[in-house]
Design a protein around this ligand. Structure first.
Ligand code: UT7
Length: 355
C-alpha cells in the first residue's frame, strides 16, 4: 500500500478510540492506547517565477559559480505581489488535505510557522482557516527556519493531549520581502514558498514500531539572537525590517548543533543511524546538509535535497522537501524520516517520524 492510499483512508476517518474524552462511557478499549500524530497528507506551493543565480548577478555583485560552490543553490522561486504568506499557505494546506483524502471539516487546528505573515493580526493561520472553510482554532508560530519543527512538536503535543485530532501544520514564507537586495551575503540565499502536512490522531501502542511522530526535540539560545535576525517589525516603525546574518557564525553553530540534535533524536528512540531511511534537513546550505549526512553515515542518496532549486525557504523548506520526495515516490509507509533545522533565535531541533 503506498502512502497516498493509506493516508486517504486515515484522513477521511477518525479512529473511534480517538473520539472526545470518555464521559463515563464503558465501550472504550481498556488497552493503554496512546494518541500519536500520524502523517496523513503532504502538500506544497511554489511561486511560478524562478530567478537563476545569473539573473541575480545582473543586479548584485555575485556570480553563479560563487553561489553554487558556497551553497549548492542554482535558483530560487520568488513570489509575485499576490503570492502572500496566506495565499501560498492556503494552497499548500489544500494540497495536503487532498493528499490525505480529508476535507475542511476534518481540521481541528491550524498551526502556521512563519516570519513573514500577511498582517500583524489576525494570525495568517486564520486567513487560511477562512479560505479553506475550516472550524476549530489556529495560530501562527515564530521560530524562523526551525518553525516547521516547532509547529510539528506543538501539533504532536496537542494530538497526544487529545486537544485536536486533525491538525494542519504549515510553513509559509516570503523572505523576498525582507531581503536587503543590496546585501550579496544574504539575498542570494533565500527563496519563497509554502509546505504543509496534515496530521491525524492515530492510535499507537507506545512502542517505537508504531507509525507517527516518534519524537521531537526543541532547543533555543536567545543569547545568539544577534547573529541572524530581522532588524524591524510592526513594533518598530523606524525600521524597514531586513534580514541580517553573520553567515560564518551561523554556519558554525548549524554544523555543531544539528549534529548534536540528530544524535539526540536517535538516542531518545533507541535507534542508530541505520534506522533512518531519509534525512530531510532544513535547506540552508548544501555544505551543512553534507556535514549532517556524514555524521549519520548516510549516503547523499538518502538525503532529500531541494536547496539547488528552492534555495532556503526557511520554515517552508522541510515540508516542501517532504512533498517532493512524496510526489516522486521516494517516501513509503513504514520508513523513518529524520527532520532537523536551525534558524534565527537561535532555534534548532529535530523530529523523527515513522510514515
Ligand atoms: O536558514 C538559517 C540558517 N542559515 C544558515 O545556516 C546559513 C549559514 N551560513 C552560510 O551558509 C555561509 O556562511 C554563507 C553561504 C552565508 C557564506 O559562505 P562563507 O563561505 O561563510 O562565505 P563568507 O561569508 O566568509 O564570505 C567569503 C567571501 C567574502 O569575501 P572576502 O572578504 O573573502 O573578500 C565575501 O564578501 O565571499 C564573499 N561573498 C560573496 N561573493 C560573491 C559573500 N557573499 C557573496 C556572494 N557572491 N553572494
Amino acid at each position: 500500500m503506498d502512502l497516498a492510499t493509506e493516508t486517504a483512508t486515515l484522513g477521511s476517518r477518525r479512529p473511534a478510540e480517538m473520539d472526545a474524552p470518555d464521559q463515563g462511557a464503558t465501550a472504550r478499549p481498556a488497552a493503554p492506547l496512546v494518541a500519536r500524530a500520524v502523517l496523513a497528507g503532504i502538500g506544497g506551493y511554489l511561486p511560478r517565477t524562478v530567478v537563476s543565480n545569473d539573473e541575480l548577478a545582473r543586479t548584485v555583485d555575485t556570480s553563479d559559480a560563487w553561489v553554487r560552490e558556497r551553497t549548492g543553490i542554482l535558483q530560487r522561486h520568488i513570489a509575485e505581489p499576490h503570492e502572500t504568506c496566506a495565499y501560498m499557505a492556503t494552497r499548500a494546506a489544500a494540497a495536503a488535505l487532498a493528499d490525505a483524502g480529508a476535507v475542511a471539516g476534518d481540521v481541528d487546528a491550524i498551526i502556521l510557522a512563519t516570519a513573514t505573515p500577511d498582517q500583524a493580526f489576525p494570525a495568517t493561520a486564520l486567513r487560511v482557516q477562512a479560505a479553506l472553510g475550516c472550524g476549530g482554532f489556529g495560530f501562527d508560530l515564530s521560530a524562523a527556519c526551525s518553525g516547521f519543527i516547532y509547529a510539528l512538536s506543538v501539533a504532536d503535543g496537542m494530538i497526544r493531549a487529545r486537544q485536536a485530532r486533525g491538525v494542519l501544520v504549515i510553513g509559509s514564507e516570503v523572505y523576498s520581502r525582507i531581503m536587503n537586495w543590496r546585501d550579496r551575503g544574504t539575498c542570494v540565499l533565500f527563496g519563497d514558498g509554502a509546505g504543509a502536512v496534515f496530521l491525524t490522531a492515530g492510535a499507537g501502542r507506545g512502542g517505537g514500531g508504531d507509525r507517527g511522530i516518534l519524537s521531537t526535540h526543541l532547543h533555543a539560545d536567545g543569547r545568539l539572537g544577534d547573529i541572524l535576525y530581522v532588524d524591524g517589525a510592526v513594533g518598530r516603525a523606524d525600521r524597514p525590517g531586513h534580514l541580517v546574518m553573520q553567515g560564518k557564525e551561523v554556519f558554525r553553530h548549524a554544523v555543531v548543533r544539528l549534529a548534536a540534535a540528530v544524535d539526540e533524536a536517535l538516542a531518545a528512540n533507541g535507534m542508530s543511524h541505520s534506522s533512518v531511511d531519509w534525512l530531510v534537513p532544513h535547506q540552508a546550505n548544501m555544505r551543512i546538509v553534507d556535514a549532517i549526512a556524514k555524521r549519520l553515515h548516510l549516503p547523499v542518496e538518502r538525503v532529500v535535497v531541494t536547496i539547488d532549486r528552492h534555495a532556503n525557504t526557511s520554515a517552508a523548506s522541510i515540508p516542501l522537501a517532504m512533498m517532493e520526495a512524496h510526489q516522486d515516490g521516494r517516501l513509503r509507509p513504514g520508513q523513518v524520516l529524520l527532520l532537523s533545522a536551525l534558524g534565527g533565535g537561535l532555534t534548532w531541533g529535530s523530529a523523527l517520524i515513522r510514515l
